[in-house]
Design a protein around this ligand. Structure first.
Ligand code: URA
Length: 203
Protein backbone atom coordinates (compact mmCIF):
# COMPACT_ATOMS: atom_id res chain seq x y z
CA UNK A 1 0.00 0.00 0.00
CA UNK A 2 2.85 2.38 0.87
CA UNK A 3 4.72 1.20 -2.23
CA UNK A 4 1.62 1.96 -4.33
CA UNK A 5 1.39 5.45 -2.85
CA UNK A 6 5.01 6.14 -3.73
CA UNK A 7 4.51 4.87 -7.25
CA UNK A 8 1.41 7.01 -7.78
CA UNK A 9 3.20 10.11 -6.42
CA UNK A 10 5.85 9.72 -9.08
CA UNK A 11 3.44 9.73 -12.00
CA UNK A 12 3.35 13.00 -13.86
CA UNK A 13 0.97 14.08 -16.60
CA UNK A 14 1.83 16.76 -19.15
CA UNK A 15 -1.78 17.42 -20.14
CA UNK A 16 -5.27 17.26 -18.69
CA UNK A 17 -6.21 14.63 -21.29
CA UNK A 18 -3.32 12.43 -20.18
CA UNK A 19 -4.31 12.86 -16.54
CA UNK A 20 -7.93 11.99 -17.28
CA UNK A 21 -6.96 8.96 -19.37
CA UNK A 22 -5.02 7.64 -16.37
CA UNK A 23 -7.93 8.48 -14.08
CA UNK A 24 -10.29 6.50 -16.30
CA UNK A 25 -8.10 3.42 -15.80
CA UNK A 26 -8.15 3.71 -11.99
CA UNK A 27 -9.95 1.03 -10.00
CA UNK A 28 -12.80 2.27 -7.77
CA UNK A 29 -11.57 3.93 -4.58
CA UNK A 30 -14.95 3.84 -2.88
CA UNK A 31 -17.05 0.79 -2.02
CA UNK A 32 -19.69 0.36 -4.70
CA UNK A 33 -17.89 2.91 -6.84
CA UNK A 34 -17.98 2.43 -10.56
CA UNK A 35 -15.89 4.18 -13.20
CA UNK A 36 -14.33 7.57 -12.68
CA UNK A 37 -16.13 10.64 -14.01
CA UNK A 38 -13.49 13.16 -15.10
CA UNK A 39 -13.80 16.92 -14.84
CA UNK A 40 -15.02 18.88 -17.83
CA UNK A 41 -14.17 22.27 -19.26
CA UNK A 42 -11.36 24.19 -20.92
CA UNK A 43 -7.76 24.33 -19.68
CA UNK A 44 -7.17 27.89 -18.53
CA UNK A 45 -10.78 28.39 -17.40
CA UNK A 46 -10.92 31.37 -15.02
CA UNK A 47 -13.22 29.53 -12.60
CA UNK A 48 -13.21 25.89 -11.50
CA UNK A 49 -16.16 24.44 -9.58
CA UNK A 50 -15.58 21.42 -7.36
CA UNK A 51 -18.55 19.28 -6.25
CA UNK A 52 -18.61 16.24 -4.00
CA UNK A 53 -18.81 13.21 -6.26
CA UNK A 54 -20.71 12.17 -9.39
CA UNK A 55 -24.29 11.02 -8.86
CA UNK A 56 -26.41 8.44 -10.67
CA UNK A 57 -26.81 10.48 -13.89
CA UNK A 58 -23.19 11.63 -13.90
CA UNK A 59 -22.01 8.04 -13.53
CA UNK A 60 -24.22 6.92 -16.43
CA UNK A 61 -23.22 9.76 -18.75
CA UNK A 62 -19.65 10.01 -17.46
CA UNK A 63 -19.96 13.79 -17.20
CA UNK A 64 -20.01 15.93 -14.04
CA UNK A 65 -23.12 17.81 -12.91
CA UNK A 66 -25.59 16.62 -15.54
CA UNK A 67 -28.33 15.39 -13.16
CA UNK A 68 -30.78 17.45 -11.07
CA UNK A 69 -28.03 19.29 -9.14
CA UNK A 70 -26.29 20.05 -12.44
CA UNK A 71 -29.44 21.52 -13.96
CA UNK A 72 -29.81 23.79 -10.95
CA UNK A 73 -26.15 24.79 -11.22
CA UNK A 74 -26.62 25.55 -14.93
CA UNK A 75 -29.62 27.77 -14.21
CA UNK A 76 -27.81 29.68 -11.43
CA UNK A 77 -24.67 30.10 -13.57
CA UNK A 78 -26.75 31.51 -16.42
CA UNK A 79 -28.47 33.89 -14.03
CA UNK A 80 -25.07 35.12 -12.78
CA UNK A 81 -23.83 35.62 -16.33
CA UNK A 82 -21.32 32.77 -16.21
CA UNK A 83 -21.15 30.51 -19.30
CA UNK A 84 -20.94 26.90 -18.19
CA UNK A 85 -18.86 25.91 -21.23
CA UNK A 86 -16.19 28.44 -20.21
CA UNK A 87 -15.74 27.16 -16.65
CA UNK A 88 -14.21 23.94 -15.40
CA UNK A 89 -16.45 21.58 -13.42
CA UNK A 90 -15.19 18.61 -11.44
CA UNK A 91 -15.63 16.66 -8.22
CA UNK A 92 -13.63 16.06 -5.03
CA UNK A 93 -14.15 12.31 -5.43
CA UNK A 94 -14.32 11.02 -8.98
CA UNK A 95 -16.51 7.96 -8.51
CA UNK A 96 -20.15 7.53 -7.57
CA UNK A 97 -20.49 5.88 -4.17
CA UNK A 98 -23.88 4.35 -3.55
CA UNK A 99 -25.95 1.63 -1.97
CA UNK A 100 -28.36 -0.28 -4.14
CA UNK A 101 -32.00 -0.20 -2.98
CA UNK A 102 -34.02 -2.22 -5.43
CA UNK A 103 -33.53 -0.49 -8.76
CA UNK A 104 -32.36 2.77 -7.19
CA UNK A 105 -28.78 3.69 -6.43
CA UNK A 106 -28.69 5.85 -3.32
CA UNK A 107 -25.83 8.34 -2.96
CA UNK A 108 -23.48 7.84 0.00
CA UNK A 109 -21.28 10.63 1.27
CA UNK A 110 -17.57 9.83 0.80
CA UNK A 111 -15.44 9.43 3.93
CA UNK A 112 -12.61 11.84 4.80
CA UNK A 113 -10.19 9.03 3.82
CA UNK A 114 -11.75 8.70 0.36
CA UNK A 115 -11.64 12.47 -0.08
CA UNK A 116 -8.01 12.53 0.96
CA UNK A 117 -7.12 9.72 -1.48
CA UNK A 118 -8.80 11.62 -4.31
CA UNK A 119 -6.99 14.88 -3.53
CA UNK A 120 -4.01 13.63 -5.49
CA UNK A 121 -6.08 13.77 -8.69
CA UNK A 122 -7.79 17.03 -7.84
CA UNK A 123 -4.50 18.82 -7.13
CA UNK A 124 -3.01 17.74 -10.43
CA UNK A 125 -6.15 18.54 -12.34
CA UNK A 126 -6.32 22.06 -10.90
CA UNK A 127 -2.59 22.49 -11.52
CA UNK A 128 -3.21 21.80 -15.21
CA UNK A 129 -6.41 23.87 -15.54
CA UNK A 130 -4.87 26.68 -13.49
CA UNK A 131 -8.06 28.62 -12.70
CA UNK A 132 -7.99 32.06 -11.07
CA UNK A 133 -10.67 31.03 -8.56
CA UNK A 134 -11.55 27.56 -7.28
CA UNK A 135 -15.07 27.19 -5.90
CA UNK A 136 -15.89 24.58 -3.28
CA UNK A 137 -19.52 23.56 -3.66
CA UNK A 138 -20.27 22.32 -0.14
CA UNK A 139 -18.27 20.97 2.76
CA UNK A 140 -16.82 17.88 1.04
CA UNK A 141 -15.24 20.01 -1.69
CA UNK A 142 -14.11 22.42 1.04
CA UNK A 143 -12.39 19.55 2.86
CA UNK A 144 -10.73 18.41 -0.36
CA UNK A 145 -9.45 21.88 -1.24
CA UNK A 146 -8.53 23.25 2.19
CA UNK A 147 -7.33 19.94 3.66
CA UNK A 148 -9.39 20.53 6.79
CA UNK A 149 -13.03 20.44 7.77
CA UNK A 150 -14.87 23.59 6.72
CA UNK A 151 -18.34 24.71 7.79
CA UNK A 152 -20.35 26.35 5.02
CA UNK A 153 -22.60 28.34 7.38
CA UNK A 154 -19.59 29.87 9.15
CA UNK A 155 -17.04 30.19 6.34
CA UNK A 156 -19.14 30.88 3.27
CA UNK A 157 -17.32 33.30 0.97
CA UNK A 158 -13.65 33.72 -0.01
CA UNK A 159 -11.67 30.74 1.31
CA UNK A 160 -7.92 30.90 1.93
CA UNK A 161 -6.17 27.98 0.23
CA UNK A 162 -2.46 27.16 0.29
CA UNK A 163 -1.69 28.14 -3.28
CA UNK A 164 -4.97 29.21 -4.83
CA UNK A 165 -7.78 31.67 -4.42
CA UNK A 166 -10.81 29.81 -3.16
CA UNK A 167 -14.48 30.44 -2.51
CA UNK A 168 -16.82 28.36 -0.39
CA UNK A 169 -20.54 28.14 -1.02
CA UNK A 170 -23.38 25.66 -0.72
CA UNK A 171 -23.76 22.54 -2.83
CA UNK A 172 -26.66 22.83 -5.31
CA UNK A 173 -28.13 19.56 -3.93
CA UNK A 174 -28.64 21.34 -0.64
CA UNK A 175 -30.93 23.81 -2.44
CA UNK A 176 -32.89 20.92 -3.97
CA UNK A 177 -33.41 19.31 -0.57
CA UNK A 178 -34.85 22.37 1.20
CA UNK A 179 -38.49 21.45 1.93
CA UNK A 180 -39.97 24.93 2.09
CA UNK A 181 -40.48 26.86 -1.18
CA UNK A 182 -39.78 30.29 0.33
CA UNK A 183 -36.59 29.05 2.02
CA UNK A 184 -35.57 27.35 -1.22
CA UNK A 185 -36.06 30.55 -3.19
CA UNK A 186 -34.05 32.64 -0.68
CA UNK A 187 -31.24 30.07 -0.62
CA UNK A 188 -31.17 29.99 -4.42
CA UNK A 189 -30.91 33.80 -4.59
CA UNK A 190 -28.04 33.69 -2.07
CA UNK A 191 -26.30 31.08 -4.24
CA UNK A 192 -26.67 33.29 -7.33
CA UNK A 193 -25.24 36.21 -5.29
CA UNK A 194 -22.21 34.02 -4.49
CA UNK A 195 -21.80 33.23 -8.19
CA UNK A 196 -21.86 36.94 -9.00
CA UNK A 197 -19.13 37.54 -6.38
CA UNK A 198 -17.12 34.66 -7.85
CA UNK A 199 -17.44 36.06 -11.38
CA UNK A 200 -16.11 39.41 -10.12
CA UNK A 201 -13.24 37.73 -8.24
CA UNK A 202 -12.22 35.89 -11.40
CA UNK A 203 -12.72 38.81 -13.79
N1 URA B 1 -23.28 16.30 -7.20
C1 URA B 1 -21.95 16.48 -7.19
O1 URA B 1 -21.34 16.81 -6.18
N2 URA B 1 -21.31 16.31 -8.34
C2 URA B 1 -21.89 15.97 -9.47
O2 URA B 1 -21.21 15.83 -10.46
C3 URA B 1 -23.29 15.80 -9.44
C4 URA B 1 -23.96 15.95 -8.30
Amino acid sequence: DTADDVRVEERTFPTLDALNAALAAEPPVVPGGTRAVPGEGPVGAAIAFVGEQPGHQEDRQRRPFVGPAGRLLDRALAEAGIARERVYVTNAVKQFKFVQRGKRRIHQRPTAGEVSHSRWWLDRELGLVHPRVVVALGATAGLALAGRRVTVTRERGPLALANRRGYLTVHPSYLLRLPDEAAKHAAYEAFVADLNAIREMAG
